[in-house]
Design a protein around this ligand. Structure first.
Ligand code: TRP
Ligand code: SF4
Length: 328
């Protein structure tokens, strides 16, 4: 039997290179070996802020287009939208009856947010964030949950919730999943900080070659390399970590020498990087254009995925209700 994989993303709109290297690349690989369910976690997106209602649909579909652009294949993986499945909300409610408040209160993301925004601004929904995620995972009896390190505590709570449920009900109703941590290093953004939409330092998956070129050309470099004639040091340069992802060892060693001897300029150094990123983006842009040209098809993919997911979700819910005695 193939392992069941569940993962998801909050709909933030068009995705960037960090999403690709941190998650999507892995999803595309996993869909060949496993039975993958990928969800748009739109309820999760509402736990910390409520975007304008008009903005939501675009964010959802821009993200799904980028999943498909990356090579996620709707014939092999099930793509769906969390809020189309009230089953998740029912499981969330039932699991809530078993879950100690203290487990949620000690979640790092929650504590972090409390310390920044204060108790007044933390919603009940946000406290429940990891439990909603647990419902997303457990309702599909997932074996594996590919996530970044920041999400590992949520998978840990999911495991505890499953264990507690099974312990109480003397059976193995819920599968205890394992986190599959992505080993890619955090992709640095245009300023050397982590690539993130909120920091405004991203290269989008669907940026045009012109936009990508422009963004990389404007990137700051080794602050001590003020003039072209000043020798530089790659380890001080925010461009360098991108080279480590995009260019090969030979290219890197000759560029590093050129930098240290001031025999090349920074634009010379950036060009192979620009070429590599633009080359990587090319098939994404082509696939995205094809999907955008047929919006009906796009919607159909999501609807089909949602119905496939519902079949599995209903089965688990039936077992959970039975186990809890809610079978009258
Ligand atoms: N919380 C996850 C994130 O922000 C998104 C998510 C929601 C998720 N439900 C999930 C991830 C289930 C894995 C499994 O990245
Ligand atoms: Fe950075 Fe390359 Fe310029 Fe050196 S030559 S400072 S590594 S961009």
């Amino acid at each position: 039997m193939r392992a069941r994989v569940v993962s998801g993303m909050r709909p933030t709109g068009a995705l960037h290179l960090g999403h690709y290297h941190g998650a999507l690349k892995n999803w595309v690989r996993l869909q060949d070996q496993h039975d993958c369910f990928f969800l748009v976690a739109d309820w999760h997106a509402l736990t910390t802020s409520q975007p304008e209602p008009e903005a939501l649909a675009n964010r959802v579909y821009d993200m799904v287009v980028d999943w498909l652009a990356a090579g996620v294949d709707p014939d092999r993986a099930t793509l769906f939208i969390q809020s189309k499945l009230p089953e998740h909300a029912e499981l969330f409610t039932l699991l809530a009856m078993h879950t100690p408040l203290s487990w949620l209160e000690r979640t790092p993301a929650y504590k972090d947010w409390l310390s920044r925004a204060g108790t007044e601004n933390a919603s009940y929904g946000f406290l429940g964030y990891p439990l909603l995620q647990a419902a997303d995972i457990l309702i599909y009896q997932a074996n594996l949950v590919p996530v970044g390190e920041d999400q590992a505590p949520h998978v840990e709570i999911t495991r505890e919730v499953a264990r507690r449920f099974n312990h109480r009900h003397g059976s193995t109703v819920l599968t205890e999943p394992e986190a599959l941590l992505t080993d890619t290093p955090r992709l640095p953004g245009l300023d050397g900080d982590k690539m993130s939409k909120s920091l405004g330092n991203t290269i989008a998956m669907r940026d045009t070659p012109e936009a990508t070129t422009d963004k990389v050309r404007r990137m700051p470099t080794d602050p001590q390399r003020v003039r072209r004639s000043d020798p530089g040091e790659p380890s001080r340069c925010p461009v360098w970590p991108l080279h480590q992802i995009y260019t090969d060892a030979d290219t890197r060693s000759s560029l590093a020498q050129g930098c240290q001897r001031a025999s090349i300029g920074c634009l010379d150094c950036k060009q192979p990087l620009i070429d590599a990123i633009v080359r990587e983006q090319q098939p994404w842009r082509e696939r995205a254009e094809a999907w955008l040209a047929q919006p009906k098809q796009l919607q159909w993919v999501v609807e089909l995925g949602t119905e496939r997911a519902r079949t599995v979700a209903r089965q688990t819910l039936r077992e959970v209700r039975d186990a809890m005695g809610l079978a009258y």
